[in-house]
Design a binder for this molecule. Structure first.
Ligand code: SF4
Length: 381
């Protein structure tokens, strides 16, 4: 079973922290969808018969800017060129300002089964700081509106804003729970290169929250949400029963996926030792033009060597807080005997309270989740 990701590269304005590819100036939906249909057809010829599609995910950018008829065209193209008979989840990322009841009902009628709602905060000053296009009242109204139409949805929130009082974060979680959020994706504010936030930081206008503040916020999040019945199933993800993101779980389980649209990434493993990763150009005009000329909009493509594949599986598998990293699979599929090869590193990390070993699996502790990437790098290096 494989997944499909569709990158919709349009936004109304630029959030200061964002380093995804998007454009705020040209919203030529028709030309973009036509190019997307062509790309889906080409890859369908190569991959359509290989594995059925289990999940479809519209990310961005802001896919909720797409009119319903354009979304319908994309979904029809996927259905036409891939085996979608076993599809069980179709997610769309939505910004609160687009969560209007007729649009929400239209999405549901099209076959969208899950929304990921980019709330980020319920405080106007936070939203202004991040240059989000919505305000706090719209955020609250959106969660309510989405909950009236969709049973399965996520509320995305960001913590660790500079000068944000600690209480604001607790209040954000509390409000989302009160509004009925069945799933949370919680992210710390990171300063990515070439973003407006990075410029603010380099000019001394903004001082990012420190590591210790971030650690406390994250530990608080894990305790607060698990105490209220949310299953901490991935480092940044918390879900009530039956609400986990199947699409994202497939990434972390190292399953195959195809990415369509500008800047989208794909990963396809043919055997345990033969796999490729590739990405598309990060420019919608170039993307459209290449597909019009019947060329693939490729930016980079690489064959993954067995040791790269093993490291990738390790980095991803460790993120699964309940399942952990499966050492049997790491050895049988990727030829790495971690218990032998990394005995000292594993013992050090366990002694420092960052992971536990159970049933031949490596599981991050909460302290380990705070520094998940560093733990993974120590085991992969
Ligand atoms: S809406 Fe999303 S994709 Fe667009 S700029 Fe903001 S964070 Fe980035």
């Amino acid at each position: 079973m494989a997944g499909i990701y569709v990158h919709v590269p349009f936004c109304t304005q630029r959030c200061t922290y964002c380093d995804f590819y998007f454009t705020t100036t040209r919203h030529n939906f028709g030309a973009f969808v036509q190019a997307l249909e062509a790309e889906i057809e080409v890859y369908g010829q190569e991959f359509g018969g290989k594995e059925p599609i289990e999940t479809l995910y519209f990310g961005g950018g802001t896919p909720s800017l797409l009119p319903l008829d354009e979304l319908a065209r994309i979904m029809a193209a996927v259905e036409c060129h891939f085996d979608t008979s076993a599809i069980c989840e179709v997610t769309l990322e939505m910004n609160p300002e687009e969560a209007k009841p007729p649009y929400l009902r239209g999405l549901r009628d099209l076959g969208i089964t899950r929304l990921s709602l980019g709330v980020q905060s319920f405080f106007d000053e936070d939203l202004r700081f991040m240059n989000r296009a919505h305000d706090a009242a719209q955020a609250e109204a959106a969660v309510e509106a989405v909950g009236r139409v969709f049973e399965t949805f996520s509320v995305d929130l960001i913590f660790g804003l500079p000068d944000q009082p600690f209480e604001y974060w607790g209040a954000n979680l509390e409000k989302a729970i009160r509004l009925g959020a069945p799933h949370f994706s919680t992210y710390s504010l990171t300063v990515e290169e070439r973003t407006p936030l990075a410029k603010q930081v380099s000019r001394g206008l903004v001082e990012p929250a420190g590591d210790e503040a971030m650690r406390e916020l994250f530990l608080f999040t894990m305790e607060y949400l698990t105490d209220r019945g949310y299953d901490h199933y991935e480092v940044c993800s918390f879900a009530k029963e039956g609400q986990r993101s199947l699409h994202n779980q497939a990434y972390w389980r190292h399953r195959n996926y195809l990415g369509f649209g500008p800047s989208a990434h794909s990963f396809w493993k043919t055997t345990h030792s033969v796999a490729h990763r590739w990405s598309n150009v990060r420019n919608v005009n170039r993307y459209n033009a290449l597909l019009q000329q019947h060329e693939l909009p490729l930016d980079e493509r690489e064959a993954l060597k067995p040791d790269m594949l093993a490291d990738e599986y390790l980095l991803l598998g460790l993120r699964l807080m309940q399942e952990g990293l499966d050492l049997n699979r790491l050895e049988t599929d990727y030829g790495v005997d971690l218990l032998t090869e990394k005995r000292t590193a594993l013992a050090d990390l366990e002694r420092n309270g960052l992971l536990t070993l159970r049933n031949n699996r490596v599981l991050l502790t909460r302290e380990g989740a705070v520094v998940a990437d560093a733990v993974a790098l120590k085991l992969a290096e």
